[in-house]
Each structure stands twice: as structure tokens, then as C-alpha cells.
Design a protein around this ligand. Sequence first.
Ligand SMILES: [Zn+2]
Length: 218
Amino acid sequence: MKNYDTVKREIINSTRWLVEHGFLGQLSSGGNISARVPGEKAVAITPSGKPYLTLKENDVCIIDFDRNPIEARSAPSIEAAIHIGVYQNRSDVNAVIHTHQTFASILSIINKPIPALLEEITVEIGHVVDIIPYAFSGSPELVSNVIGQLGNACHCYLIQNHGALCLGADMQRAMKNAELLENVAKIYYHALATGEEITKLTQSAIDYFADMRKLRFI
Ligand SMILES: [Zn+2]
């Protein structure tokens, strides 16, 4: 029987970091995290409805792409189909983090994509943080809404009236993208609040950083 300890440990360690830094609740379990299991059509994902602060490695679920349990003591996150949909449609992604982080969630309820504003964000996340249209959590409609937006090759999205979806080539990159997204969402929110005109990167700058990004990630 295959040993999934390494990928389970990675989920627990990143969950702890995300809880400690305010991306996930300490007592609530909003949001979910997964990693692609190397060499298999399977994912390691956080369980449904368990507080993240006390999560143990044995609580992490290993499921296949049809959501059948391979090694799972609990039910997987109700958003497992979203994570699987990402892995099936984006070969550049090996880790997925869904959070209810504050400033990204603010922009998700005013339904405002984040354009290319800052160099680092445009290189790491992409030319836009687009909106995934609202549907009920756990619904097939939300899965198809997510899949419908993945073609822009970006690494972060806002789920309308819900939260954020952050992707990465590995877990470290997905966590870094969650942090970068929160920073830019906070900056954009405060800039919008001034009522002044927002300056965006020029198209030639966007193209330049898109080329740089392709060499690094896509
Ligand atoms: Zn959620």
C-alpha cells in the first residue's frame, strides 16, 4: 500500500501556516486545501467540517479524481470537485488553496476583478484576478463556473460572494499567491476608497511580465 505521509504532512503544515496568518479560521473550517498526489490521479485534501487548528495528518483525505476514497477516515471537503477540476484542467497546478481571506472577499462581494496593478503580482499571479460567478458551495454549477475561468492561466481568482481560489505549481507557491492576493486586494480596496483614478500597468508592461511568467510557470 502506498505511503501518503509526505503529502498529508504538507497539507497539515500549510494549513497551520494559513490559520496562524489569518487565511483560515481557527475554530471554523471555512476554506479548504489540497495537493496533487505525484504520479497518481488523486489528491490529498482537508476534511469537511473539522476545525483546522486541531487537524491531524490522519484527518487528511486521499481521494481519486472520481472522489472515491483511497485513504480517508472522514468525508473530504465539499469543494473537492473544484480542486479536482483544477488539476484536470491545469497541468501547471499542483496545489490549490481556497480561503475566505478578508480583503479578497471584500472585492468578491463588490464583484470587482483586480486588474494588473503591480509588477510582482502580474509576474506571480497573472494579468488579472478574475471573478468566478457565484453558485452554491459544493454545487456542480460552481465547479463548472471555476473550470470556465481557468483558461486565463492566472493563479488566483475571486469567487463571487464567497472568497478566493489560489493555485500554485507547488504548495509554497500557492501559499505565496494567497498572501500576494491578500496584499493586492487590500491595496486595491484602499485605493478605490480614495475615489481617485486608479492607474494600471500599461499593456506593454503586462505583455512583458506575461512573457516572463510563461518562462517561469506555464
Ligand atoms: Zn468557501
